[in-house]
Design a protein around this ligand. Structure first.
Ligand code: SF4
Length: 71
């Protein structure tokens, strides 16, 4: 199964919460008010194809485009 990588430029996250609304199983708001990508290491996470749509929606919902989905 294909693997994809999600990268979160957390420094520039404005904590709007949009990603948590569309993809709550991967995204939540941390104690500092910025989004956390669940189980990410250095704000990067490898995902399976089945989780791609959810994270793509998160990326598309982000008003400051700090969520990146890579093949
Ligand atoms: S949608 Fe973007 S700016 Fe808003 S909380 Fe998520 S990562 Fe941060």
């Amino acid at each position: 199964m294909a693997k994809f990588k999600i990268k979160h430029d957390r420094d520039n996250c404005i904590g709007c919460g949009a990603c948590t609304m569309v993809c709550g199983q991967f995204w939540s708001i941390g104690d500092d008010g910025k989004a956390d990508l669940k189980d990410a290491v250095n704000n990067e996470l490898e995902i399976d194809e089945e989780d791609l749509d959810c994270n793509k929606q998160a990326a598309e919902s982000c008003p400051v485009a700090v969520i990146h989905v890579e093949d």
